[in-house]
Design a protein around this ligand. Structure first.
Ligand SMILES: O=c1nc[nH]c2c1ncn2[C@H]1C[C@H](O)[C@@H](COP(=O)(O)OP(=O)(O)OP(=O)(O)O)O1
Ligand SMILES: [Mg+2]
Length: 206
């Protein structure tokens, strides 16, 4: 990690403060300094892609072109099995322009109840998905996926994390991402898995 970004900076092509916090925590031990697109005053590109991968590429390349620096983007979301994978790439958009995740979470429950009659009758399986895109100034762009399987719970639990964290329990655990410490979430999250895939591919470490 250190060598590839040596003497340079990595732009994190995001306007999401929760993501910035998580990437900083995960990159700091490696000595990589991150500057977010929001801090640099970069425009937020419209996410016109129909896949996580397409949107991650579009965000990374926009930030790389605007700065001339290598740029890393994350496109991510919650895929609920009982809703055929929704909200998926629309996870941020379900929270509206104000980023109201109480509203987004309420919509998850409303749509499950609409389809299955009650939350109790609905399948609970869900997954958090992240695709990272790393755009280099020489025009190469690489992508790395990460997934964590789990289930959703009806009553939000915990104040930690961001977004849909209070309703998601990863497989093999009893606490939601909202209840876990940041360090514990970062050990197993979709974002951690995507970063591990990136580090492994770029630097042949694990
Ligand atoms: O670990 C997570 N814990 C909880 N919720 C999460 C997580 N990861 C993604 N999510 C949800 C909320 C987020 O708003 C949306 C991503 O949408 P996405 O377009 O990739 O990000 P965004 O619009 O918030 O920021 P940006 O595009 O500037 O990176 O999925
Ligand atoms: Mg977005």
């Amino acid at each position: 990690m250190d060598s590839a970004f040596e003497g340079g900076e990595l732009v994190l092509a995001t306007h999401n403060k929760g993501k910035v916090r998580e990437f900083e925590a995960m990159f700091q031990p490696r000595g990589v300094t991150i500057r977010s697109a929001a801090d640099l005053g970069l425009a937020e590109p419209e996410e016109t892609g129909s896949t996580f991968e397409a949107n991650a590429i579009l965000k990374a390349e926009a930030a790389m072109v605007a700065t001339g620096l290598p740029a890393l983007a994350d496109d991510s979301g919650l895929a609920v099995a009982g809703l055929d994978g929704a909200p998926g790439i629309y996870s941020a958009r379900w929270a509206g322009p104000g980023g109201d995740f109480n509203m987004a979470i309420a919509r998850v429950f409303r749509e499950l109840e609409g389809r299955y009659g009650s939350f109790a009758a609905a399948p609970k399986e869900a997954a958090f998905i992240a695709v990272l895109a790393l755009a280099w100034p020489d025009g190469r762009t690489l992508t790395f996926p990460g997934v964590v399987d789990g289930r959703i719970v009806e009553a939000p639990r915990g104040e930690g994390g961001f977004g849909y964290d209070p309703i998601f329990i990863p497989l093999g655990h009893t606490q939601t991402f909202g209840q876990m410490s940041a360090a514990d979430k970062h050990k197993i999250s979709h974002r951690r898995r995507a970063i591990d895939a990136m580090v492994k591919a770029l630097f042949a470490e694990s």
